[in-house]
Design a protein around this ligand. Structure first.
Ligand SMILES: *[C@@H]1O[C@H](CO)[C@@H](O)[C@H](O)[C@H]1NC(C)=O
Ligand SMILES: *[C@@H]1O[C@H](CO)[C@@H](O)[C@H](O)[C@H]1NC(C)=O
Ligand SMILES: *[C@@H]1O[C@H](CO)[C@@H](O)[C@H](O)[C@H]1NC(C)=O
Ligand SMILES: *[C@@H]1O[C@H](CO)[C@@H](O)[C@H](O)[C@H]1NC(C)=O
Ligand SMILES: *[C@@H]1O[C@H](CO)[C@@H](O)[C@H](O)[C@H]1NC(C)=O
Ligand SMILES: *[C@@H]1O[C@H](CO)[C@@H](O)[C@H](O)[C@H]1NC(C)=O
Ligand SMILES: *[C@@H]1O[C@H](CO)[C@@H](O)[C@H](O)[C@H]1NC(C)=O
Ligand SMILES: *[C@@H]1O[C@H](CO)[C@@H](O)[C@H](O)[C@H]1NC(C)=O
Length: 633
């Protein structure tokens, strides 16, 4: 909402240049303080604020259109990915925006030598006194205090001259309360069921025991996936782990020895260290190696020794805040400062001055993204502000423009969030909340979210799978899925979601438990077996469950489709969602029609024919997918 204000008197006093003589307009206003915060006092006039003007990104409103243009199979530009430089240039603020904001600040008494423009040209920064800031943007700054004792500087509203306003997206600090108070220090969680650990005493080759033990042979049979790469020189597949998660080579070797994959014995993944990431050896218990061993043993085993898997090892062992943003900064230097850069209340800030912390600078554009990147960690969407989630989601779209496929596990708690927590009416989270709690980044429309299936007890690899479900004395695991409370429905998914809502909207729970309007992003997009993977850890073989298993397996399948395309001179497949939802690909997935994903005191959603919010479009069939993708330009 924009409101015109009267001409501020200061302009006539100082006889400023005509460009400054435009009326001020309201730029942003907040109606009330977020819960838990109270206004404490007026801020000191002489206190210094790190005032930052986020300039309007060019073309950001076209991001989705650009992405579909290169990833919709009906588009003549399908597969024509952009270079990172093209992406950075397209979205950089215009030279005019930089000039207008810069001139306005100088005209209003801020000397040129106090102004800084960030290297991305995205921000103009000035350390200004509260008095200067209040005069510049017609605001009153206050100190707010949270119940927890934390303080925050904010204003209720601010204004910009009419000629400046279109060039500025955001001013910080201002009305925002991005400092969210989190219930636990670390909401980023591995999508891995952490319950009783089952040790297996016999591993099997072949497909005779796949309902009780998943192996590489089982996955190959389930998904018609037996392919030896031939174009590895141009191909890449990345798996992301956050330290202290680590792998131990002796366990990798044990796995490949017992499954007779001798070429991978003694062959670690190609490791890229980001923000000090390394393989810690101080703790080798399940909590510290379970995710890495699962992802790497299967990710590497499935693509064979002919493609070197890249391990992105992110963060030090002592900083619990290392986040997807820290990783994304390493992949794309233009993201580091975009819209204010990382959020120090959520993301890790490097150098990390703690004992044992990584004391180097934050990685920024230090590594080239692999063609497929699988991550088996996730937040609850409600852990993050919409601004934070949207900023990160847009970055996934930019990576899609560059031809990168981004896969995230959809979560292991059915319609509930990590730790089985659900949403209360006020948006807070607790175990007795009644609203469904979607995961992030799975709810971002520009990633491919991977849910989990399993082979029903007594069935074989030839029987249809069902949605994953496991109930033990110490916990439950159901495929994460549902509808976003932040992101609207993407075009590619409209028909699929409409069909589901029309035919299968359940009356087992009230539709106020989730956004049942059909206008919100549904997830996951696909599903892959996530039950009872045999993993070598601590010198033994154990079973692991979770969408954590599903994502790297899907990644291996995509990586091999890329190989087949690269081998005939075509591009990698990049952002796959517009393709996999298209009618052309209707038969490429095995539809899953049985199972549900309980949570929040409900039975959750029920698997149904076509797309559903627990197994997506279904499980992949490699041969069918490969043929279809080879036929695309
Ligand atoms: C493996 O052997 C141990 C000890 O002999 C036994 O306690 C355990 O139940 C066995 N595990 C399975 C899955 O049979
Ligand atoms: C792994 O292989 C070794 C050597 O063949 C064998 O002794 C051991 O029983 C196998 N472990 C399992 C769990 O099958
Ligand atoms: C994979 O890595 C190994 C060891 O670093 C190297 O010898 C081999 O050439 C690499 N293969 C490919 C396809 O890049
Ligand atoms: C390793 O981590 C586990 C699980 O968090 C913990 O119980 C154990 O004490 C740790 N061991 C060492 C050596 O720190
Ligand atoms: C992690 O983030 C929390 C919440 O913002 C903060 O209190 C804590 O100091 C951060 N930890 C480190 C090591 O930076
Ligand atoms: C929700 O559960 C918490 C304990 O986890 C309890 O303290 C609280 O009273 C419960 N709230 C409601 C509304 O039942
Ligand atoms: C309601 O839940 C039951 C039990 O889980 C299930 O069989 C049924 O299909 C569900 N109904 C709908 C409309 O999803
Ligand atoms: C949820 O549904 C309402 C309509 O009931 C809609 O206005 C709102 O935008 C939806 N939220 C999202 C994220 O799509």
């Amino acid at each position: 909402m924009l409101a015109l204000l009267s001409l501020p008197f200061i302009c006539s006093w100082f006889g400023q240049v005509s460009s400054s003589l435009t009326p001020f307009v309201l730029h942003e206003r907040r109606s009330r303080s977020p819960s838990g915060w109270v206004l404490e006092r007026k801020h000191d006039a002489s206190a210094v604020l790190p005032l930052r003007f986020g300039l309007t990104q060019s073309n950001i409103q076209n991001l989705e259109e650009y992405l579909y243009d290169i990833s919709d199979p009906d588009s003549s530009n399908f597969g024509k990915h952009w270079t990172p430089l093209e992406v950075a240039k397209t979205f950089a603020p215009s030279a005019e925006s930089v000039k207008v904001v810069h001139e306005w600040l100088i005209d209003n008494g801020i000397p040129k030598d106090r102004l800084r423009i960030t290297p991305s040209q995205g921000w103009i920064e000035v350390d200004a006194t509260v008095e200067e800031a209040e005069h510049l943007i017609l605001a009153d700054y206050y100190v707010y205090k949270h119940e927890s004792g934390q303080e925050h500087i904010a204003c209720n509203e601010y204004h910009l001259p009419q000629h400046v306003a279109p060039h500025v997206e955001i001013v910080t600090p201002s009305v925002h309360f991005d400092a969210i108070i989190r219930p636990t220090p670390m909401n980023r969680d591995t999508a891995l069921m952490k319950t009783d650990i089952t040790v297996v005493n016999t591993t099997y080759l072949g497909v005779g025991h796949c309902d009780t033990q998943i192996s590489i042979d089982c996955l190959r049979a389930l998904y018609d996936f037996d392919y030896t790469p031939i174009a590895s020189g141009r191909n890449s597949y990345g798996i992301v782990e956050y330290t202290p998660q680590s792998f131990r080579q002796s366990d990798m070797d044990l796995f490949f020895t017992n499954y007779s994959i001798s070429e991978l014995i003694g062959r670690p993944p190609y490791q890229v260290s980001i923000d000090g990431g390394y393989q810690q050896t101080f703790n080798q218990s399940f909590d510290y190696v379970g995710e890495s061993h699962l992802d790497l043993q299967y990710g590497m085993g499935l693509v064979t020794s002919k493609l070197n898997v890249t391990l992105y090892q992110v963060g030090d062992t002592v900083n619990p805040n290392t986040s997807f943003n820290n990783f994304l900064d390493a992949l794309d230097g233009s993201y580091c400062n975009y819209e204010g850069g990382d959020d120090p209340t959520v993301d890790a800030i490097y150098p990390d001055t703690q004992a044992g912390g990584y004391d180097g600078p934050s990685a920024c554009g230090t590594t080239k993204p692999a063609a497929v990147i699988s991550t088996s960690y996730g937040y609850n969407e409600a852990d993050l502000t919409p601004f934070y989630a949207t900023r990160q989601c847009n970055e996934y779209a930019k990576l899609g423009l560059m031809g990168v496929t981004i896969l995230y596990s959809s979560g292991d708690s059915g319609v509930a969030g990590n730790g089985q927590v659900c949403l209360n009416d006020d948006g807070s989270q607790s175990v007795n909340g009644t609203r469904f709690n979607p995961s992030f980044p799975g709810s971002c429309p520009y990633v491919t979210s991977v849910g989990a299936t399993q082979i029903a007890a007594g069935n074989s690899v030839d029987d249809p799978e069902v949605a994953a479900a496991r109930v033990t004395a110490s916990g439950v695991f159901y495929s994460g899925g549902g509808f976003s409370n932040v992101f609207g429905i993407p075009n590619y998914q409209k028909d699929a979601v409409a069909t589901y809502i029309k035919n299968f909207k359940t009356d087992n729970f009230t539709t106020s438990a989730y956004n049942s309007s059909g206008n919100s992003r549904g997830f996951p997009d696909v599903a892959v077996n996530g039950a009872a993977y045999v993993v070598a850890a601590e010198g033994e073989f154990i079973l692991e469950w979770g969408t954590s298993a599903s994502s790297p397996t899907m990644g291996s399948i995509i990586a091999m489709i890329n190989d087949a395309r690269l081998a005939i001179g075509k591009s990698t497949i990049g952002f796959i969602n517009p393709t996999i939802y298209s009618t052309l690909f209707q038969e490429a997935f095995n539809d899953i029609r049985s199972g549900n994903n309980p949570g929040c005191g409900t039975e959750g959603f029920t698997a149904a024919s076509g797309w559903d919010p627990l197994t997506g479009l279904g499980t992949p069939n490699f041969e069918r997918l490969k043929e279809l993708w080879l036929a695309l330009p």
